[in-house]
Write a protein that binds this ligand. Structure first.
Ligand code: CMP
Length: 136
């Protein structure tokens, strides 16, 4: 069983898209193994986005993810990391195909509705960060 970390970002929560987005993951056959609505502490945001620390948009990234509650979850299933990435679509909503979450609901790269782990190793790091109590 593989696990991945998914965040419905503040734009998705503000636009009341949580139910719609969760329904897509569940309909695909993934299991919700952990779920919480939370205001993101700045320190957690900075750790989560540590690999982007040198990018010019790092400050904007942290400001945005801390701008309102996010719905954080662990999704589980066979090939969960790749399956969620496919359901989410390309990072840039302009490149995400219609039918994907970002293709259907996103307008801009900085407010792209969802985040998901990009690889199994990243998922392990991110789950430990967001759900330190999580055990398989
Ligand atoms: P996410 O999957 O949360 O991980 C890194 C985020 O950086 C990505 O989604 C985008 O929302 C954001 N991002 C990538 N490129 C840019 C950019 N050029 N300007 C602002 N944000 C960006």
């Amino acid at each position: 069983m593989e696990h991945t970390l998914v965040l419905v970002k503040p734009d998705g929560v503000r636009r009341n898209l949580c139910g719609t987005i969760l329904a897509r993951y569940e309909a695909k056959g993934l299991t919700i193994s952990a779920l919480k609505l939370m205001q993101v502490p700045r320190e957690l945001a900075e750790k989560h986005y540590a690999e982007h620390a040198e990018k010019p948009f790092f400050g904007e990234l942290v400001d945005f993810i801390t701008s309102g509650p996010v719905l954080a979850m662990v999704l589980s299933g066979e090939n969960a990391v790749a399956v969620v990435r496919q359901l989410n679509g390309a990072t840039n909503p302009l490149e995400a195909v219609p039918g994907s979450i970002r293709g259907d609901f996103g307008l801009a790269i900085n407010e792209n509705v969802v985040h998901a782990s990009d690889a199994v190793a990243t998922a392990q790091r991110e789950i430990a960060l967001w759900f330190p109590e999580f055990t398989e």
